[in-house]
Design a protein. Sequence first.
Length: 78
Amino acid sequence: MHNLLSAQGVRSGISKSTLHDKYKCNHSNKVGHPMVFTQEEELAFIDVVIKVAEWGFPLSILDLKHIVKGYLDRAGTE
């Protein structure tokens, strides 16, 4: 196994340790910053933006930031 990973790493330009970690399912977390909101919460924010726009009051980015900040304050989340 060790020689196979080394040979494949040389051919593909990927380090042996990266291939080994992938094979052993190490570091299987998603890449990037962890999600702050659940998908349901994000969809609720989208629904608010769409509904308010349908009423004739489109929201700016700052408006949306205030809505999200208010939600976080009420939820007790930083």
